[in-house]
Write a protein that binds this ligand. Structure first.
Ligand code: R5P
Length: 273
């Protein structure tokens, strides 16, 4: 399998393509050895986050530059728009589906990713006309949490969607209406829990930490119910605004994988590939 490494993967492997910007902000992509890849199976390593819209365009251009290849697989550690896979109000779009359709249009035949939000379990799937291999990092994250807090750890997900990461033990998150203003989000109305955590050390594991509000509510729940030490882990850490600092203060340990590189990235997703 031939490898094409994007510049936004260069923390992991040396890049072998050119990705630049024209003065007006348009993107520029070049695969210098494109001809030599004709008829071959190619794997493209390219992040689609941060700067999701720019990164998506780059992925489309990379796919098109490789049009002579036999097959082109995209390894995209995090899929942007993956939380927009359902229609809530009239006139909305399943953006996650559109993203997959666009990648197919650009020439990709397969996407490999990690703990993809809309798939909710590991395995091989088809979505938006694209074959997707979804790998879970739950074992690596749990093993890392045990190294930090010891083996005696209760593993819990903060909502049903991430239950597959905690072998089924999860809280129930109830979301309400859209919040007001220009930012799109639905408030968390409540989080329910019907198991005993008194005196136990707990790992809360989720596919992603974005604003951190899910983790804050989950921690409140656990503290109210007398939990011991609390570790927080997620595959993807966005840590918007000051959420990393805030969650660090509320918990005994917090870390993610490096699908999105941040100072909290302690687990290498490449170990699961
Ligand atoms: C939602 O269903 C996801 O699994 C995460 O729990 C959620 O997206 C995290 O977002 P936030 O950190 O903003 O609560």
């Amino acid at each position: 399998m031939e490898k094409i490494i994007s510049t936004n993967f260069s923390d992991i492997m040396p890049a072998n393509v050119e990705i630049k910007e024209f003065p007006d902000g348009d993107g520029y992509v070049r695969v210098p050895n494109a001809k030599s890849l004709a008829g071959k199976d190619v794997r493209v390593f390219h992040r689609l986050y941060p700067n999701q819209n720019t990164s998506l365009m780059q992925a489309l251009f990379l796919g098109r530059a490789l049009r002579g290849a036999k097959s082109v697989e995209l390894v995209a550690p995090y899929i942007p728009y993956s939380r927009q896979d359902k229609l809530w109000l009239e006139g909305e779009v399943k953006s996650a589906e559109v993203v997959m359709e666009m990648l197919g249009f650009a020439g990709y035949s397969k996407v490999t990713t990690f703990d993809c939000h809309f798939l909710k379990k590991a395995g091989e799937f088809e979505y938006g006309g694209m074959k997707i291999r979804n790998i879970t990092l739950s074992s690596l994250l749990i093993a890392h949490a045990k190294k930090r807090l010891g083996d005696d750890l209760e593993v819990i997900s903060p909502d049903a969607g991430a239950n597959y990461m905690s072998s089924g033990k999860g809280m129930k998150k109830v979301r309400g209406d859209y919040g007001k203003g220009n930012v799109v989000y639905r408030d968390i109305e409540k989080m329910e829990m019907d198991f005993d955590v008194a005196g136990k050390n707990v790992l809360i594991i989720d596919d992603m930490i974005s604003t951190g509000s899910t983790m804050v509510r989950a921690i409140e729940n656990l503290r109210k119910n007398g939990a011991g030490k609390i570790a927080l882990a997620a595959t993807h850490g966005f840590f918007l605004k000051d959420s990393l600092k805030k969650l660090g203060q509320l918990s005994d340990c917090i870390f993610t994988s490096n699908t999105i590189p941040t100072s909290a990235a302690e687990v290498d997703f490449m170990d699961a590939l």
